[in-house]
Design a binder for this molecule. Sequence first.
Ligand code: SDX
Length: 392
Amino acid sequence: QTGLITLDLGYKNTGATVSEITYLDGDQGELYYRGYPIEQIAEKSNFTEVMYLLLHGELPTEDQLNTFNGNIKKYNFVAEEMKKIIDAFPRSAHPMGVLSTLTSALTAFNPKSVNVQSKEEMDLAAELLIAKFAHLAAWTYRKTLGLPLNHGDNSLDYVENFYKMAFRLPNEEFVINPVVTAALNKLLILHADHEQNCSTSTVRMVGSAHTGLFASVSAGISALWGPLHGGANQAVIEMLELIEKDGGDVNKWVAKAKDKNDSFRLMGFGHRVYKNFDPRAKIIKKAADDLLAALGIEDKALDIAMQLEKVALEDEYFIERKLYPNVDFYSGIIYRALGIPTEMFTVMFALGRLPGWIAQWKEMRMTGDPIGRPRQVYQGAQKRDYIDIANR
Ligand code: SDX
């Protein structure tokens, strides 16, 4: 309160830019990538095709997709010196902090990716980053286990290649499970872009100073790390495990989430824009059911999640505030079924969101958005004269 007006602080309803990439209707719970409904894209497309769609605006022809995949395969390696950077981290370092560092460090090995002006130069920087990011994301996991850092396998597609780099054990034959890579494709597609969310706005803000693509995305990774944003998928599973350990009384935890004197929030619930079901949550929930059934996995966390959802959706407090499950509520259950550890969940979100960050950075540069420089409401001290220390 400033006496006259109530300040609703923060970037909440700011029309920060004009974009043609993603449209979402928070009241209707609708999400379109370049005009295509997310339900159709998730069902019929694959992650590299969605990357092309977000970056170039149209679904690719067979030739265009083959050329795109071929370009990415051309750069499917990372400079050996990058391993020295990752070696400097303790195994306990959070993968998101490692990923943000490595992504920015990529600039040093690809200096031409910085001062890009033309669409062709931006597309080259994009394909370089897409190819090398899969290594960095996989390596952050290998680092936590002290496993050797693998280079890519061009006989595989993008998602299979990432999965093999991340999870191939040195002493075992690696078998690609199509059920697993289909679930991964769907998850990565569902995370690919989401208009001007916190991390994408960060990438645009940093990029508006004409900072290079890799360093701009590195800033977006740091924003995504936060538990109110991408870090929520890790926080959801930790919450479900806590509730299970505590005896599984979901009513008790829903009451805690409503208690203003309790800082506990129902992680994976609520959204700044969706005041209806997050369409991605619906798709992921079904994919979780299908995957667990296909792999014959019983996951208590899924049962608790569904009980939580049921109780919360019938509760006045959540109904009044239009709080529904968001993209992060069920995604952790799939990652866990795929053998991906909790601390890697947000890295998976970053891998999914990579094409969105790049497409939004490219759009911002191509349309010539000015350097970001918001204003403020000043409420500090009025003008006054300096006081010597002896007189303070
Ligand atoms: C993502 O923006 C995007 O598009 C993000 C994302 C993407 O794809 O990029 O969709 C990904 O970040 C999804 C959100 C993941 N975060 C979480 O699940 C964390 C838990 N959710 C909340 O922290 C919260 O709902 C936010 C941060 C997601 C949204 O915050 P808002 O819109 O600023 O809501 P708010 O904090 O103003 O809360 C409004 C009311 C408050 O109560 P009152 O003050 O009105 O009494 O709702 C309450 C809040 O206390 N509330 C919750 C709650 N979320 C909001 N109460 C309990 N549990 C919750 N999860």
